[in-house]
Design a protein around this ligand. Sequence first.
Ligand code: 4AD
Ligand code: MG
Length: 437
Amino acid sequence: MKTTIKEAKNYIGQEVTIGAWLQNKRSSGKIAFLQLRDGTGFMQGVVVKSEVDEDTFATAKNLNQESSMYITGTITEDTGTITEDNRSDLGYEMQVKSIEIIHEAHDYPITPKNHGTEFLMDHRHLWLRSKKQHAVMKIRNEIIRATYEFFHDNGYVKIDPPILTASAPEGTSELFHTKYFDEDAFLSQSGQLYLEAAAMAYGKVFSFGPTFRAEKSKTRRHLIEFWMIEGEMAFYNHDDSLEAQEQYVAHVVQSVLKNCALELKILDRDTSKLEKVKTPFPRITYDDAIEYLKQEGFDDIEWGEDFGAPHETAIANHYDLPVFITNYPTKIKPFYMQPNPDNEDTVLCADLIAPEGYGEIIGGSERINDLELLESRIEEHGLDKESYEYYLDLRRYGSVPHSGFGLGLERTVAWISGVEHVRETAPFPRLLNRLYP
Ligand code: 4AD
Ligand code: MG
């Protein structure tokens, strides 16, 4: 019977064959412990010299790291005779009978010793096979699954905005420029403006796709290419949008807790912190955040300035949950945000700051729905009005209040997995100085 490591639990006491790679091994004169992986999980194979033929034991003893094989044996409950760190995460192992080598690997570059990050990044295509990277990608996969579940269950329609665009929602400084035959084009830095058009056609919409920012930032939170989940809702004011956002984020966290317990354990994630992530999330205005930071001894920050990572972390540390910082100054936010009726120097917007120093994971706002105001903002920001005519049409033909938000997938994966740097949260991250592999 051919099966996988994950499914092997259904075959306790039976003989099965699994296609696998050798991750690591330990052997003595009489017994060999093979650490196997097959993509679905990690499992130990035990080869006892007295129970297999001579060739099989010799094969097991001489197997090189990352050699591939079909391995056959009986699945048993973990006998517990082996040391704690070799113990199967799954609670079962294989008593090996035979091994058919498919391909023998030689000199696999990533050995069990410690390698530097740059070396591992140069070998990202192989590094992905490691147990920790496997766990991070499984959590990323669960976040993606829970995202589709949330939006579909709540009546959103998925709309795919274009990636090649003629206009720039978030300002022109960080655009990747390319030729589009004889025209100029830019890689999308957000699908928002197109989603607004879609919201006027379908009510509640979402998108999930790659976005590009030519930012010269080299921090643990910045990628050049990242995946963004954006929601846009007709007839939602900003408070309605905040409620949707907190429900979405809580759903994602609770789904990972439920479906990725093993992966969180492999990553040593303190899950007690994630368990607290339930709605409602706290909200603090930008004004109050400035006051708070001054009390905390940040003398460098003045009203009107954007927060840096240390400021965000200080505010986040005040709470157990993600926190919304609302109503930022108009002049540090993009052109499309609706003015705050209580203070015209600020806008109806919020950034959601993750706990534990992971920084901003969502940016969102209510959008300007008045044609004249939007036209004057486009002018003030020095944008080319002609390329926004389609966007202005949304305010010409049945304009309605509407709001939306964008969540950065990789930052969210970093936070939930407890991984320090976003470079480990994308399979092949694009960084300031990295386009390979
Ligand atoms: O705050 P941002 O720039 O918001 C927008 O793009 C809006 N148009 C979204 C909307 O309202 N539909 O980006 C949204 C999120 C950030 O909160 C962050 O999580 C992530 O995208 N993000 C990045 N993630 C990784 N690397 C970068 N360079 C990122 N820039 C933004
Ligand atoms: Mg932002």
